[in-house]
Design a protein around this ligand. Structure first.
Ligand code: FES
Length: 87
C-alpha cells in the first residue's frame, strides 16, 4: 500500500485565505489591493495608483472594486460595532 503525502504551502497573509492574482496586467494580488484600500484608496483605480500603476485593460476592475468595497464595508461594520459597544 502506497500513501502519498502532499503538503501544500499557501500564503494566508492578513485575511486567512490564500491570496490570488487579481490583475494580470500589473501582477497585483488581492491582498495588495485590500492593503491599499485600508490605507485610504476609495476605488479600485485609486488602489492601483497607490500600488504604482493604473489599470491597463480593465478586465480586473470588477473584482478589484469588490475587494475595495469589502474592506470599507468591514471597516464601517467594525466602527459601528465599536460605537455600539461604547454606548
Ligand atoms: S488585468 Fe488588471 S488592468 Fe488588465
Amino acid at each position: 500500500m502506497r500513501i502519498a503525502l502532499i503538503i501544500v504551502s499557501v500564503s494566508t497573509e492578513t485575511r486567512g485565505f490564500p491570496t490570488m492574482f487579481v490583475c494580470s496586467c500589473n501582477a497585483y494580488r488581492d491582498t495588495q489591493i485590500a492593503d491599499a484600500a485600508r490605507k485610504g484608496a476609495r476605488t479600485a483605480c485609486e488602489a492601483y495608483e497607490a500600488l504604482g500603476n493604473g489599470p491597463n485593460c480593465g478586465g480586473c476592475l470588477d473584482t478589484a472594486t469588490e475587494i475595495v468595497e469589502q474592506v470599507h464595508a468591514a471597516r464601517t461594520a467594525s466602527h459601528a460595532a465599536f460605537s455600539n459597544a461604547a454606548d
